[in-house]
Design a protein around this ligand. Sequence first.
Ligand code: SF4
Length: 209
Amino acid sequence: MKEKVPEIIKNLEKRNITGYFANTKEQGLAIALSFVREGMIVSWGGSMTLEETGLKTEIRRLEQEGKIRLIDAHSINDPRLNHEARRRSLLANLYYMSTNAITLGGELMNIDGFGNRVAALAFGPEKVVILCGTNKITENLEDAYKRIKEVACPKNAARLGRSTPCIETGRCCECLVSNSTLCGTVTTTRFCNEKGRIHVILIDDSLGF
Ligand code: SF4
């Protein structure tokens, strides 16, 4: 899919989304960190890609050095405080996430159990920086939805210890399980009215699910 990246970046541009290509995880990480400014409030959505690229490690280091403030809801176990942190993350200066799929046309498709991650993508944080492996490129929205339901959801549900049928079967049965279903909200980002707000770094690697 690497050869499709120039076409995707061109299509992202039409959607007011800035695209970048990185040959390696290290290059992708360097681009992602170039958005950080001293004093910023930084947050992120749940993502294996952010772990695998080393982004989370670097941001935590900057926080320890007192250069930024980090809102990391995933490190908070108390349900009330965790919920509060997710709400505050919507006002971050900089929000990192991955996307569950990106089409050749430049559309981003995401699912979210509670909705805080896709809410941040749609509105709130001043800048959203998305790190995405080329394994998440799909032909179109139909394939993106299929990929999410058959690949991303079962793997993420297992990783998060949820009780969803897709973990066992690898297939979606449109479950409705409180505090377990990952498919609370499904979003397609097809245009960003605020040019310069959303940035997508496509990395030539297999990252996340
Ligand atoms: S709706 Fe339920 S079964 Fe279907 S993919 Fe989502 S979590 Fe899995």
